[in-house]
Ligand binder design. Structure first.
Ligand code: AQP
Length: 359
């Protein structure tokens, strides 16, 4: 069975982009076809200015929404990244394989660093290195496939490169993963700024549909979506990005094809109305389940505790293998007879004392 891993950052309230580009695919497809792990990647939320209490709150909310979207802990593993130390352990090893140039080429780094500088803030080193942590998230689980939206494809590519490079230098250690994108809505755009991705932490709030928005708020946001001065409803991503975005959202919510759907509309108003209705309907079960789960926080906590235990057991051997391969001594509490003996080092109960004496 294939191993699938993906994650979501608690940097803001989850959006329609997160749902159509990732969560829905995880719940409807991935957890049924693979040995799947889904993670709230809270360490990634620390790469930009953050409020600790908010990150904690958003992490709980993201985990609850993963379950509300249909992830079933009997079918997959749901957990929080910082509960499993192996991510950070492996990240450092991969930093010793990645290059500075590679990191600086990452589009998200360039965009976010520029934004941060424009605001007069400083750029955290972790913003530069977070794709390495993301590679560690993926590689620690011997992941075959990473279902993501289009914006994360470059980071998965980096994880591939690092896996191949590590394997070539230090012997086969990692499975080389690949990204899988949803067939439609791989990049939902901001309704007010259709040239920008609908990101949960971006600056165009009125163009972002949040999963927990009330239905009338969702309707308002969709009805006010920026289109263009034309009249005809045609699917043209480059020429009419606002209309194309609505058609893609409608297609993703109703199971149609954007181009075919465009033929059924004579005006932008009708398209917006149907899109708004389709989004409200698509989110209805999720919102209902979210309410139920909020009434039972003990359940969510139990799922996360058990998820972290399962995840740790999966990641441990892979990360320990990487530590050995790259040249680090095995942990001293392990019966280390073989590798230590092979290197001519002392073994047995006196080994620790001899190692200390040798320093
Ligand atoms: N607009 C989107 N369309 C399609 N897929 C999307 N995803 C995110 N936005 C869209 C996918 O959702 C998964 C989790 O996303 P994330 O938490 O890594 O990133 P984000 O929601 O984009 O959050 P931020 O904080 O606003 O991040 P930045 O600013 O870094 O983009 C991923 O699979 C992602 O592809």
């Amino acid at each position: 069975m294939k191993r699938v891993f993906s994650g979501i950052k608690p940097t803001g309230h989850l959006t329609l982009g997160n749902y159509l580009g990732a969560l829905r695919q995880w719940a409807e497809v991935d957890q049924h076809r693979a040995d799947a792990l889904f993670c709230v990647v809270d360490l990634h939320a620390l790469t930009v200015e953050h409020d600790p209490a908010r990150v904690r709150r958003l992490s709980r909310q993201a985990a609850t929404l993963l379950l509300a979207a249909g992830l079933d802990p009997r079918l997959c593993t749901v957990f929080v990244q910082s509960h499993v130390d192996e991510h950070a352990r492996l990240s450092y090893l991969l930093e010793c394989v990645a290059t500075d140039g590679e990191m600086r080429r990452m589009i998200q780094y360039k965009e976010k660093a520029a934004r941060e500088r424009e605001r007069g803030g400083s750029v955290r080193l972790s913003l530069l290195t977070y794709p390495v942590l993301m590679a560690a998230d993926i590689l620690a689980y011997a992941t075959d496939e990473v279902p993501v939206g289009d914006d994360q494809a470059q980071h998965v590519e980096l994880a591939r490169d690092l896996a191949v490079r590590f394997n070539q230098r230090y012997g086969h250690t990692f499975v080389v993963p690949k990204a899988t994108l949803p067939p439609v809505a791989a990049r939902v755009m901001n309704l007010q700024e259709p040239a920008s991705k609908m990101g949960k932490s971006d600056d165009f709030g009125p163009g972002i549909v949040y999963l927990l928005d009330e239905p009338d708020v969702v309707r308002k946001k969709v009805m006010r979506a920026v289109t263009d001065s034309g009249q005809e409803v045609v699917y043209d991503r480059a020429g009419r990005p606002g209309v194309a975005n609505l058609l893609e959202i409608l297609a993703a919510c109703t199971g149609g094809e954007p181009e075919a759907l465009s033929a059924g509309y004579a005006s932008y108003g009708e398209l917006k109305k149907d899109t708004a209705d389709a989004v409200v309907e698509a989110l209805r079960p999720l919102r209902a389940r979210h309410q139920e789960l909020c009434a039972d926080p003990g359940y969510v906590e139990r799922v996360l505790r058990e998820g972290a235990e399962k995840a740790r057991a999966m990641a441990r051997p892979v990360v320990d293998g990487a530590y050995r391969a790259i040249g680090l001594l095995p942990p001293l509490e392990e019966p280390a007879a073989e590798p230590m003996a092979a290197a001519g080092a002392p073994t047995g109960p006196g080994a620790v004392a001899s190692l200390n004496a040798a320093r």
